[in-house]
Write a new protein. Structure first.
Length: 95
């Protein structure tokens, strides 16, 4: 279908563990394919997609990221939610 990088079929087991071991559900991965900035859609730059998560300690309501799901207004920390709300190190690395 042309949705994977051209070199996908030549990846090693080391690379594939990051794909099949994702923290995210299939719906999040589909969201990522549709929403990652076009300029980052190449193997050399895809890791920069984590920069789509704003680094911030408090949400718009003043709730600390240290308060867990309260930071996300009780929403599950999916990729769209993390993109919208931001976060700190954990959100960025999970993204």
């Amino acid at each position: 279908e042309g949705r994977l990088f051209r070199g996908f079929h030549h990846l090693t087991a080391w690379h594939l563990r990051y794909i099949v071991g994702s923290w995210h559900a299939d719906g999040c991965l589909e969201w990522a394919r549709a929403n990652v900035d076009g300029e980052l859609r190449c193997p050399e730059k895809i890791g920069r997609a984590a920069q789509m998560v704003r680094y911030r300690d408090f949400n718009d309501s003043g709730v600390s990221v240290q308060d867990g799901l309260r930071f996300y207004d009780g929403k599950k920390s999916t990729m769209p939610v993390m993109h919208s709300y931001g976060g700190v190190c954990g959100a960025i690395s999970k993204f």
